[in-house]
Ligand binder design. Sequence first.
Ligand code: ADP
Ligand code: ZN
Length: 720
Amino acid sequence: MPVLLPLPLEGAYDYAVPDAMEVAPGAVVTVPLGPRVLYGVVWHGEPDGTVPAAKLRPIASAVPTPPLRPALLRFIDWVADYTLSAPGDVLRMALPIPAATEAPRPRVGWRLVDAVPEGVRITPERARVLEVLRAAPGLVWTGSDLARAAGVTPGVLRGMADAGLLAPAQMAGLHDAPPRADALAPALTPAQQEAAATLRAAVAAARFGVTLLDGVTGSGKTEAYLEAVAEAIARGRQALVLLPEIALSAQVIDRFTARFGAPPAVWHSEVAGARRRATWRAVAEGRAPIIVGARSALWLNFASLGLVVVDEEHETAFKQEDGVTYHARDMAVVRARIEDVPCVLVSATPSLETLANVERGRYARLHLPERHGEAGLPEVTAIDLRREPPPRGRFLAPPLVAAIEATLARSEQALLFLNRRGFAPLTLCRACGHRFECRNCTAWLVEHRYTRTLQCHHCGHSEPAPETCPECGAEGSLTAIGPGVERVAEEVRTLFPTARVLEMSSDTVHGAHSAAAMAAMIENREIDLIVGTQLVAKGWHFPHLTLVGVVDADLGLAGGDLRAAERTLQVLHQVGGRAGRAAQAGRVLLQTWQPAHPVMQALVSGDIDRFVAEEMAARRAGGWPPFGRLVAVIVSATEAAVADAAAAALRRAAPVGERFVVLGPAPAPLSILRGMHRRRLLLKAARDVDVQALMRAWLAATEVPRQARIDLDVDPVSFL
Ligand code: ADP
Ligand code: ZN
């Protein structure tokens, strides 16, 4: 029988089935490969047959775990074919080891002892753990969750257990009380009701179909799709909800818990150990009715999928860039088609891809026109930095400073958004002009003041920030150029010394727990001013937040890739949508050097449809997505000459035709990344061209030097 291994091989290998063993396609097995024994999956389709039956090695064992369902096998094949990846590489995502291969163990966790023993030393770290435990007495924590929530190492917990401060306890199963469809249904507005009824009907019909659910932020899109989820689970089917950044979606998960009376199953890379195994099993055995997850949840082995929802469908975070490059939103639609179930794409600012599919009549559209309750849409104003620039060495213009002051005076909260981590994006020596560049990448090093380091945001290289210039030896001559969130936070602390400032970026927010803790501080009004990167833009609902200031609205427009304008509009609209979600009206101020730019005009006027129409027209005229197809070819090698030679070989073998064109090669914008020299080519084709077939033929006809590596990116999102 063919067995597919989770390795970058061309296809499945044939194995003999021992007499006493019964396996069908989808069964998880172990097989010998060379000297090793590996996990694999009995594949569907015909055996390869190149090795005579008598010479086949036998399957070593059948693994007692639920077999991968036929629809999942077909999905894996489809994605491998579309993304031009090895099927085994795709399988690796659907067969997480050991979660899928080992039986769940009973989960043990920690709880606070009933009486804290006397005389035990309480270090600051131990005090933090006790504080976390006391916040929810009776709750049993896994070691990893507790360590993360308290910000301590597992060793601290072991020490506390030895000292009698923690007691081991049995954890509840994944779903001792599963979510219920009717736990707490809210009273929907008429518009929401209409949308919910349409979605419920689609779930009840149990047929494939895609619906775009759009509407301004706060219009109740989530409420509406929760009804579709309710319909699915009432019918005994599973509902999958994909979120772009699950680790930060504590508030969304809380809403599921409130609506359905029990938490959903959660799946993302941070879910580890015993919980990961229990979740994988529960999904495969149909014991988890609702699954909320990041893109990796698309690869779960659903027992009975009934609905797929992609929230914030426009988010580029759905594009996986490492390993198998795929767009989880697009592949969610594919999975729904293969499973023959409805798919709902949700966004306040849908992607042009999705809107084009609505225009073509392939997707239905449900629109929620207004914000729920008293909340109106925030008023958006541009601050023209040419006319009202910040004082020298500062980054907040006078009108924004005045607005913050007024907001704080009313005891409301303000958010300053700047999508750049660290203190300053560039450091240079005032004496000699030396600029600090990464030694592995074509990128400036970013100063991080708290850690006193210079960091590369592409490869992770970090070095101590020097006191003297390494080039000319001048002392104290290093100057920070431009702002990052740390620098904006420093500025507001100077301007508003009594305000309680919270910084939110991936440098300060470590996973779901710390995000939830910060969100709680904001909700409880322990914070006046938030300074954050795009981490704060997503999905949050803060009732007292009334002012959003965008420090550099032009930031995303630089670089000029295909979707720069679309993406800037989406991000700024979303971050602006955090303002005034409750009773008090919200305001958004955009600091920009280009107030006449179509993106700024659209945000200020609120006429996003017009922006979209113009952008669509431009894409159509140029034959760009969603009106054409792209495949990026990225060549990389440790030697520049090898990369050039490989790129030239690809160029020479490039296919020629009327309905497509090969652009490049050109050095990638990140022409050196992690020490690899990179060149890019781009296949641009009409929509009806079979780009996969074209790419296969092209690669087969190219002789690439062995030291060069070629990565393919079908439907690229990043052009770096
Ligand atoms: P969206 O997903 O469109 O941003 P949400 O569903 O998050 O909108 O709704 C915004 C806020 O309004 C949420 O706090 C939600 O609980 C509340 N809300 C929306 N519709 C209703 C309703 N019908 N009844 C009560 N609260 C609602
Ligand atoms: Zn680097």
